[in-house]
Write a new protein. Structure first.
Length: 248
């Protein structure tokens, strides 16, 4: 049976990098995967575009990226579900578990409250990664150049009356997300809905997933955001700790 040499090489690079999760330089990866540097760099750039690997800005070393979690969504749902259930009980709003997938983000789990007026969020729906509160959570860990690249990508358009935000203002908002640990948005993905989102980390600096608390604007107001964010961050921290333990 004939095999695809390019795919085999990419798998070799990814497996070597993921074997213990520590940052690795180009030379070490190329030697470990038994490839020349030029080929290894080309593969790493391709994997980085899919968020399978990430290059640390200071050391220029590579680590596994958040995209690796696309291969085990059932496992991350299993870890998250009891914490999401507690968050649902505490907020009585729709709870979404979202993962990055290249230039998109995808909802892989939804828990809805038992109340007549609620947000219905379909599992499997993908939207441009930068939009809304969850988008800011994912974008907050990216370099400014990558953020601007995604904001200017014509394929990333998703027009509502609320999401036409100046790029410089968007960058300033990301800094506030880093400082506060959460993001809040109104009507950027769906009109008349609000969302509070917090990151789930994997111990390597990746935002492996995000929790979004979604509700109608009449209930999920800016005044209620802080208390909801505190509750959501507690759940996200517990999930992050379990996820880190799983990867050890």
């Amino acid at each position: 049976m004939r095999t695809n040499r390019s795919v085999e090489r990419a798998i070799s690079v990814l497996m070597y990098l993921c074997q213990d999760g520590r940052p690795m330089g180009l030379t070490e990866i190329s030697q470990g995967a038994d490839l020349d540097k030029a080929t290894t760099l080309r593969i790493l750039n391709t994997l980085a575009n899919a968020d399978m690997v990430r290059q640390e800005p200071d050391t220029k070393h590579y680590v596994p990226g958040a995209g690796i979690y696309n291969f085990w969504p059932s496992e991350i749902r299993k870890i998250c579900r009891p914490h999401l259930q507690t968050l649902l009980e505490n907020t009585q709003e729709t709870i979404c578990l979202v993962v990055p997938r290249g230039k998109q983000r995808v909802c892989i789990e939804v828990l809805e409250p038992d109340r007549e007026l609620r947000i219905v969020a379909p599992i499997g729906r993908s939207v441009p990664i930068q939009l809304g509160a969850t988008g800011r959570v994912f974008m907050a860990t990216k370099s400014e150049s990558r953020v601007r690249e995604l904001l200017n990508d014509e394929d990333q358009n998703w027009e509502t009356e609320k999401n036409a935000i100046d790029n410089d203002e968007y960058i300033r908002q990301l800094e506030r997300v880093r400082l506060s640990g959460y993001a809040y948005s109104i009507g950027e993905v769906e009109i008349d809905t609000s969302a509070v989102s917090v990151p789930i980390y994997d111990g390597l600096g990746n935002t492996a997933a995000a929790i979004a608390v979604r509700g109608p604007v009449t209930r999920l107001t800016e005044d209620s955001t802080k208390s909801i964010a505190v509750t959501a961050k507690t759940a996200a921290k517990a999930i992050s700790n379990e996820l880190i333990s799983t990867l050890k």
